[in-house]
Design a protein around this ligand. Structure first.
Ligand code: ADP
Length: 682
């Protein structure tokens, strides 16, 4: 009984102060949901962990929390509040709506040197700060760098970080992180210096930014380790001499010959076009007290400024800390430093806001960010399930507000899926790798120069890189042939497998109103449609030039390409909970995680994808135009989870496919989704 009580108190505390929305990501330990802090109205990310599931990894979470409490930097994701119960831990974090840097890279195929430099300087800034605080991150990769609303990077996931007692110069022993980014000394199980290992990972990351694939890659771990320990990789020909040099200096097998972060701060490549070293000091130092935020809180809590300051200065990472930091964040973004007039920081659930929460009213974000109460939701255990939509599969979609449940949910399980690790062992994967391998060999023979300086042992074997699938128009043709079986009659296929999208009557007039609003939206840019057809692809490539000649001449791109200016105006859509109310697909703005097609019929696109998923051993559940997909490994363990959503773009008026990885290795996900979309030939 006491356990249950504590449990309820924890959940109550969360719901007293936050509204909890959909899952926006999941990692090795956690599920992350979008939330809104009621008192300030600010969006937050809520990282939810079940202690039972964490098992021996529980100390890692403690490490992460302690590290994040000690870090406050413009390029490190901010921790606002921690709620711990006997069974769960909730971390309330700064929300980064721009998604993972990983998705951004793959959407653009690769980044230009100029754009890479912008991001890389931010990574150097974050790492210099993190190291200055005595921490090594040890899991640096593009999945752990998120993009905020201003298109700046924020470092996340400090679960593997280390703070050696004697300082960062002391050696560490634990081998951790993601193999492809791990330094040779880590792989060899040697004692290593955390900051040196981080620089290696930064080198791998820099390579991934500039090239769109990994310098060391192999499905077989042992082969991958050998490659890393040899430290030789190919430099594609589009890399400038300066880029080749800095990569080489960072990916030195001997850690003592590697650049340090300090050296990176004013490295010629890093400084180029800026003429100034990287600014790494925190613009928001820990412990800083902002008078405006204190005043607002004091008025709201009916306390003196002195006692409010004293309360905030306890830095307990409770609701007081969260309120203060979120007010500060509002101020820094030029928003009014205002709280709701009710005593939002009081401990009892006295305010109407609190009462509203207890009755589980759900405040939905509309696309223009106005909040509209549209329904009531039982949140009892929705956010503690291991993977909500997997349990949904078994139990039907629950936890949806009334009025949104009128869906036909379909679960399709491919026959072999439980026995296979969908991407590492399927024939498709093998085929893809072989095709890529050959293509890569052809391309590399003419395009690469060897990274000789870095070679410890001369590499003889042929490297197999898991490159994106259809790099060339020829491969697209091949993929188009695969598509023979695809039913193209709208709805025919959907009906056949009971998957017709939602047929709930839309609210009268809302569509035209929305359309009008969007038409007026001056932010929209022109988008080059990149279809998965050879002709379209090459045309688009010509138009999507980045000033990087190598890029233009290469084969096709994987994902829908957006015109050059788009990255300037990437505005992530506020998730709309109204999608279930619509008869058709959601209408969204172009985002980099949306693949554009050349088609105008969403049902046709949906049907094409639906017919491909079983072929790729992907299980899915369908809800309207959203497909919640997963692959399973041995013993039915979910190895990968992602969403594909067929949606309508407005300018141009074509169908797009929004994709979001929820779980699993990012590069395997990339290959799988590319495979699905290119085979669908949409
Ligand atoms: P884990 O510690 O289990 O690996 P992460 O902290 O890496 O979990 O989070 C998992 C995923 O959730 C991330 O890759 C990202 O997609 C999403 N995510 C995490 N934190 C945030 C955030 N602050 N804002 C937006 N999305 C986030």
């Amino acid at each position: 009984m006491p356990v249950e009580r504590t449990e309820n108190r924890g959940a109550d505390e969360l719901h007293r102060y936050y509204e909890v929305y959909e899952t926006i990501g999941s990692g090795g330990f956690a599920k992350v949901k979008l939330g809104r802090h009621i008192a300030t109205g600010e969006k937050v990310a809520i990282k939810i962990m079940n202690k039972k599931d964490l098992g021996d990894d529980l100390p890692r979470v403690k490490v992460e929390i302690e590290a994040m409490k000690n870090l406050s930097h413009q390029h490190v994701c901010r921790l606002y509040q921690v709620i711990e119960t006997s069974t769960q831990i909730f971390m309330v974090l700064e929300y980064c709506p721009g998604g993972e840097l990983f998705d951004y890279i793959i959407a653009k195929d690769r980044l230009s040197e100029e754009e890479t430099r912008v991001f890389f300087r931010q990574i150097v800034s974050a790492m210099a700060y993190v190291h200055s605080q005595g921490y090594a991150h040890r899991d640096l990769k593009p999945e752990n760098l998120l993009i905020d609303e201003d298109h700046n990077l924020k470092l996340i996931d400090f679960g593997l970080c280390a703070k050696p007692k004697g300082g960062l110069g002391y050696e560490l022993m634990t081998c951790c992180g993601s193999p492809a980014y791990a330094a040779p000394e880590l792989i060899q199980g040697k004692a290593y210096i955390g900051s040196e290992a981080d620089v290696w990972s930064m080198g791998v990351l820099l390579f991934a930014l500039l090239c769109g694939y990994l310098p060391f890659d192999d499905d077989n771990c042992m082969v991958l380790y050998r490659k890393i320990m040899r430290g030789n990789y190919d430099n594609p020909r589009w890399l400038s001499p300066g880029s080749i040099l800095i990569l080489n200096q960072m990916m030195q097998v001997d850690p003592k010959r590697r650049l340090s972060v300090r050296q990176l701060l004013d490295h010629p490549w890093v400084v180029k076009d800026y003429n100034s070293p990287v600014e790494w000091h925190s613009r928001q130092p820990l412990g800083h007290i902002d008078e405006d935020s204190i005043t607002e809180m004091a008025v709201n809590m009916k306390r003196s400024r002195e006692s409010t300051t004293a309360l905030v200065k306890e830095w307990r990472y409770d609701h007081t800390t969260a309120t203060y930091l979120l007010l500060l964040s509002k101020k820094q973004r030029g928003k009014p430093v205002r709280l709701h007039p009710e005593p939002a920081v009081c401990e009892d659930s006295c305010s109407p806001l609190h009462r509203g929460l207890q009755s589980r009213d759900i405040l939905h974000f509309s696309e223009d960010e106005d909040a509209v109460i549209v329904g009531s939701l039982d949140l009892s255990s929705e956010y503690i399930d291991d993977c909500p939509w997997i349990s949904v599969t078994q139990q039907g979609f629950r936890g949806q507000p009334d009025g949104l449940t009128n869906n036909k949910n379909v679960r399709v399980t491919s026959p072999s899926v439980d026995k296979r690790c969908a991407y590492t062992t399927t024939p498709d994967r093998g085929r893809a790798t072989t095709q890529n391998h050959q293509k890569r060999k052809d391309r590399d023979q003419e395009q690469t120069s060897e990274n000789k300086e870095n070679i410890v042992v001369q590499e003889k074997e042929v490297e197999i890189f898991a490159l994106p699938l259809p790099r060339t128009p020829a491969s697209s043709k091949k993929n188009a042939r695969h598509n023979k079986n695809v039913l193209t009659t709208p709805n025919q296929n959907a009906n056949a497998i009971n998957s017709k999208p939602n047929a709930v009557t839309p609210k009268g007039g809302s569509a035209s109103k929305e359309h009008k609003k969007r038409t007026e939206n001056k932010e929209l840019v022109n988008i080059e449609v990149l279809a998965f057809s050879p002709e379209r692809r090459s045309r688009s490539l010509d138009m999507a030039g980045t000033g990087d000649s190598g890029k233009k001449k290469r084969g096709g791109k994987m994902f829908g390409s957006l015109e050059r200016g788009l990255d300037k105006v990437i505005t992530m859509l506020t998730p709309s909970k109204r999608r279930g109310l619509r008869d058709g697909p959601r209408k969204i703005k172009a985002q980099y995680n949306v693949t554009l097609t050349s088609q105008t019929n969403p049902d046709q696109v949906l049907n094409q994808i639906l017919s491909i998923l079983p072929e790729k051993n992907v299980d899915f559940t369908q809800k309207g135009y959203t497909l919640k997909c997963q692959t399973c490994g041995d013993f039915g363990k979910v190895t990968m989870a992602f969403e594909l959503e067929v949606c309508m773009l407005q300018r141009p008026e074509v169908v797009g496919v929004r994709r979001q990885r929820l779980k699993g290795d990012a590069w395997v996900y990339k290959h799988l989704v590319e495979d699905i979309l290119s085979t669908s030939s949409i």
